[in-house]
Design a protein around this ligand. Structure first.
Ligand code: SAM
Length: 228
């Protein structure tokens, strides 16, 4: 099986961070186990070493690279519709002092993730098999997280609807988007305010290997609006 590329200088130049040897080994293990899991489960179409590095590992961490987020703090994050574990699993490897919950509605994927994080020796992950729109109705999850991360789960408004009820007041929902249109830009403030939030930053980046465009939206939870 191929090895992931060693792109330490690109990590540094783009995100001002690089994985140490232990984290590089965990990323490599993660890659191998996801490729193995892909034989039975439809986990990801991103399988070449360079694509996996860029579109899964780098993109996951690019989303939490913002002056709005202090990596040194011990934050509690939930990754909604995590699939094969992105962005949450990559973040849990990079930042072992964070607690990361991986949420997906597909039980088989969650069972796979349970085996995966155990075999990687990650003690800062928990998983939940549930639908995002149901989870916030349970008191222990409602407004329970500093950060809610959503990548490739649905439209912007659906992502906001899933994420904001799970975020503490003062916390952030981070929406990972590829394409971003002017229309979405105009509609976003109203959608967000319906769920008690305010758009704080929209960051556009070009990915370092294939120069694809990415947008990361940072939505601050301002007030509790649990009437949804
Ligand atoms: N976030 C991952 C990524 O970017 O690689 C996976 C994206 S995949 C296209 C969408 C995932 O969201 C699937 O694993 C699906 O089971 C999950 N999903 C879809 N609707 C959901 C919901 N309402 N609640 C929880 N998970 C959901």
């Amino acid at each position: 099986m191929d090895n992931l590329p060693d792109l330490s200088s690109i990590w540094q130049q783009t995100l001002n961070w690089e994985p140490n040897l232990e984290k590089k080994a965990q990323f490599q293990q993660l890659y191998q186990k996801i490729l193995q899991g892909n034989r039975e489960l439809n986990l990801t179409r991103i399988t070449s070493p360079r694509d996996f590095w860029e579109k899964h590992l780098w993109d996951s961490l690019a989303g939490i690279t913002s002056e709005l987020i202090d990596w040194q703090q011990s934050l509690k994050a939930i990754d909604i519709g995590t699939g094969a574990g992105f962005p949450g699993m990559a973040i849990a490897i990079a930042l072992p002092h964070w607690r990361v919950t991986l949420l997906d509605s597909t039980r088989k994927k969650v069972a796979f993730l349970d085996q995966l994080y155990t075999s990687l020796g990650l003690a800062n992950i928990e998983t939940i098999a549930a639908r995002a729109e149901e989870l916030h109705k349970q008191a222990q999850y409602q407004q329970g997280y500093d950060l809610a991360l959503v990548r490739a789960v649905g439209s912007t408004s659906v992502c906001v609807e899933y994420a904001l009820p799970l975020v503490k007041i003062g916390g952030l929902a981070i929406l990972y988007r590829g394409h971003w249109s002017e229309l979405e830009d105009r509609q976003l403030p109203e959608i967000v305010s319906n769920f008690g939030g305010r758009v704080e930053q929209i960051k556009e980046l070009s990915t370092p290997l294939s120069q694809s465009t990415r947008h990361y939206l940072y939505v601050r939870k301002k007030i509790s609006n649990l009437s949804y």
